[in-house]
Write a protein that binds this ligand. Structure first.
Ligand code: CA
Length: 222
């Protein structure tokens, strides 16, 4: 799950990046509005954390441009304590949620989980398919009630497939979700993660659609 963080304050940006990485996200961090605008035209983020006061292009303008392209990525804006007008303008320009600085990293992570869940059309806090239950908050997976130990990347692959149940995800799409800019991508990493997931869960849990990608079927509990 790849998230874009846009924050020009070095200390805060660093803290957000570290906190979200710890929560299992691949994080790209941009320090100005123009770079963020550029990244948003090319990269497939699941959510954006957007400061409003930015050099080169304001956060509000980044948001307006994003929404003018009709891209439905959830956006959480960061504003100063006394900036009520900014929050209103931000929400009216298409932000989905906001946090007032200073905020707790745990709250940011929880709000992002909620935004990503809602964007996928889900209301329950966990995902469940074919006896596999994934809890994004606790970072836990149960298979028929039994806890299963997954690596961070295995968890991320499973999470992406479950959020997109019923759709085929290509290897490239999964890689884009797993790696931030500058991360080294191992050549057959996705295949290896899928192989491990089938071994740790059960072999039919993820289907291979030859030449296209991977798929988890929806079931009635998902
Ligand atoms: Ca700022």
């Amino acid at each position: 799950m790849r998230v874009l963080v846009v924050e020009d304050d070095a200390l805060l940006g660093d803290a957000i990046q570290a906190g979200l990485k710890q929560s299992g996200y691949a994080v790209d961090w941009m320090k100005d509005g123009a770079s963020a605008d550029q990244a948003l035209t090319t990269e497939p983020y699941v959510a954006v954390v957007l400061d409003l006061g930015l050099p080169r292009l304001s956060g509000l303008e980044v948001l307006r441009r994003l929404r003018s392209r009709s891209i439905p990525i959830p956006v959480l804006i960061l504003t100063a304590m006394d900036a009520v007008e900014d929050r209103i303008k931000g929400l009216d320009a298409g932000a989905d949620d906001y946090l007032v600085k200073p905020f707790d990293m745990k709250e940011l992570a929880a709000r992002l989980r909620a935004l990503i869940r809602r964007a996928s059309g889900k209301t329950e806090p966990f995902l469940e398919i074919a006896g596999v239950r994934l809890d994004p908050a606790a970072h836990r997976v149960l298979c028929h009630g039994q806890p299963v130990e997954l690596s961070a990347k295995e968890f991320a692959v499973l999470h992406a497939l479950m959020l997109n149940a019923g759709k085929v995800l290509s290897r490239a799409k999964l890689e884009e979700q797993l790696y931030a800019w500058g991360d080294e991508i191992e050549s057959n990493a996705v295949e290896v993660h899928i192989h491990h997931l089938r071994r740790k869960l059960f072999s039919g849990v993820i289907e291979t659609i030859r030449g296209v990608g991977y798929l988890m079927q929806r079931d009635k509990t998902s």
